[in-house]
Design a protein around this ligand. Structure first.
Ligand SMILES: *Cc1c(COP(=O)(O)O)cnc(C)c1O
Length: 338
């Protein structure tokens, strides 16, 4: 059974965005962050398409996320490391070790791992001092990682983290080094090292000027459940926040805040049908949203509308981050790759 709500996913745009980030990565390999279910798009669909385009390195947050990809035979790294509850013998992924305790637990396996070094985020990672003191000696390290705090801004911390990470070159047995996320790739070739890890840019997000090459990938489409005439003076939706100034044709959509279309879109969101822009009216409810469709007399019950969802613009409109806009998209969408 099809849902009254779908997420249209553009394969060509996803691959084009990855190729663009790969080009900006220069001689470094270009991986893909596919945590949080591929930023809400569906991690399997994303991973299969990017692997087909030549991507070889994938990053998820947890072992549960990695397990859902086990049969694809990809190189998957688990960014949240290795808790005591996590498997020491899983063959479908390797941990990004982040604490001395995790290193001690993994070392006896003799198996390859990645390691996160903290250079200023103070979130996850071993310290450069611990690395200098030999913490990682005897580990088989595929990739040494660190993560940028403010890659989307021009601040001195970027160069400081770059210098701290570059200082670890040749100090470990790691085959490769990796620092840059999407915004970090845009900081320049110095930041690419051997492997880059873009996420948001692959899915159409961009936080720096000049993002023309990045294409929108995910577009919510909602079905109209009812069309009605609302008389001047009547209200629409909870708390009657919108009152018709004149007779208005209103369509009720199968889309709400439980689908990640949050209340901050109330009175601000936009939809499109047949090239016409349709404004959202009243409050977004849990499962329903209302549109003024007076401009489109032909639009009727059962028809579909496309929500305006270009990430940089929609983030500006809603106050949500580009990441929240994608990762909040819930399970009720049919995810349809075209
Ligand atoms: C999420 C994440 C990325 C990708 O970041 P984007 O800003 O989405 O490009 C890269 N590296 C690490 C460690 C991450 O957690």
């Amino acid at each position: 059974m099809t849902a009254p709500l779908r997420l249209r996913l553009d394969s060509a745009a996803l691959i084009s965005n990855w190729r663009h980030m790969a080009k900006l990565s220069g001689s470094a390999a270009c991986g893909a962050a596919i945590k949080a279910n591929g930023y809400g798009l569906g991690s399997r669909g994303v991973a299969e398409r990017l692997a087909g385009a030549g991507c070889r390195d994938f990053f998820v947050a947890t072992w549960a996320e990695a397990e859902t990809l086990a049969d694809l035979g990809l190189s998957v790294s688990v960014l949240h490391g290795l808790r005591a509850e996590d498997p020491l013998d899983a063959t479908y992924a390797r941990p990004v070790l982040a604490t001395p305790e995790q290193v001690r637990r993994w070392k006896p396996t003799g198996r390859p791992c990645d390691v996160m070094v903290d250079t200023g985020m103070n979130r996850l990672g071993v310290s450069a001092e611990d690395v200098g003191a030999g913490l990682l000696d005897g580990l088989v390290i595929e990739t040494l990682l660190s993560h940028l705090v403010s890659a989307d801004e021009d601040v001195p911390l970027n160069a400081q983290q770059l210098a701290a990470f570059a200082g670890l070159k040749g100090r470990t047995q790691a085959k490769r080094m990796s620092l840059a996320n999407s915004a970090g790739i845009a900081l320049g070739a110095d930041y690419a090292f051997d492997l880059t890890r873009p996420g948001i840019a692959l899915y159409g997000g961009w936080q720096r000027p000049g993002h023309d090459a990045i294409r929108q990938v995910a577009t919510p489409e909602a079905q109209i459940l009812q069309r009605r005439l609302v008389r001047a003076g009547e209200s629409v939706g909870y708390n009657a926040t919108w009152i018709a100034g004149r007779d208005t044709e209103v369509a009720t959509l199968n889309l709400g805040y439980a689908d990640g279309y949050l209340r901050c879109f109330s009175g601000k969101g936009l939809a499109h049908a047949d090239g016409v822009t349709l404004p959202l009216i009243g409050r977004v409810s849990m499962d329903l949203t209302a549109l003024d469709v007076s401009a489109l007399p032909s639009l009727r019950e059962g028809d579909w509308v496309t929500m305006a969802y270009a990430l940089p613009e929609t983030a500006g409109l809603s106050g949500l981050s580009q990441y929240e806009l994608l990762t909040g998209l819930g399970p009720r969408y049919d995810r349809v790759w075209i």
